[in-house]
Write a protein that binds this ligand. Structure first.
Ligand code: ZN
Length: 205
């Protein structure tokens, strides 16, 4: 067993472990709401700027975890797929949530990954202002770098509040993104198997 990295290592643009200035965040939230004409003197709204600042701080703070890998002692060489991993993140263009699920698969090389770590990896990468396309790629590249598998496939299906609650109000519309690396990109059969397993009886199609 070995630990090959810290999955929560923040990207340069991610916020630090704790919100940088909670007082300023709360003040700014109050100013923001007031500017929008929200009556903060009403009882139910009095604590809203504080709750808003805390909620966003939590949504943007990655939780630390270790990406534990194991030697692939039995030489398992078939696809490992973790399907329907719940996912939520913040769209960096509108600062509204998007949520859905991720399907993450890889063709093992010399190392395999603790299965729960796949979900933790998705969660860690989803913290912070994101766009779905980059999130998909980041998860795939992280696995590729840390695990050196023969292939990696990541598919994310998500509903974006900025698209369903405002603008076109396309309620229920889902955005699907994929990132395929290695054999899952180059080998037609492996790719087909991956896609088939992702979609088989998941009720998403
Ligand atoms: Zn958006």
């Amino acid at each position: 067993m070995s630990v090959v990295g810290n999955g929560a290592k923040p990207r340069p643009e991610a916020l630090s472990e704790t919100v940088r200035d909670p007082v300023a965040a709360e003040q700014a939230a109050a100013d923001f709401l007031r500017a929008l004409g929200v009556p903060l003197d009403r009882e139910g709204l009095a604590g809203t700027p504080r709750r808003m600042a805390r909620a966003y701080a939590e949504l943007l703070t990655p939780r630390a975890f270790d990406l534990t890998t194991f030697a692939n002692e039995d030489g398992y060489d078939e696809l490992v797929l973790v399907r329907d991993i719940p996912l939520s993140s913040i769209c960096e263009h509108h600062f509204l949530p998007f949520f859905g699920r991720a399907h993450v698969g890889y063709l093992p090389g010399d190392r395999i990954l603790g299965l729960s770590k796949v979900a933790r990896l998705v969660e860690a990468q989803a913290r912070g202002p994101q766009v779905q396309e980059r999130l998909t790629k980041q998860i795939a590249e992280w696995l590729d770098t840390k695990l050196r598998p023969r292939g990696v496939g990541v598919i994310i299906e998500a509903e974006h509040m900025c698209m369903t609650l405002r603008g076109v109000r396309a309620l229920g519309a889902r955005t699907v993104t994929s990132a395929l690396l290695g054999t899952l990109r180059t080998d037609t059969r492996s790719r087909a198997e991956f896609l088939e397993l992702v979609h088989s009886d998941s009720g998403t199609r």
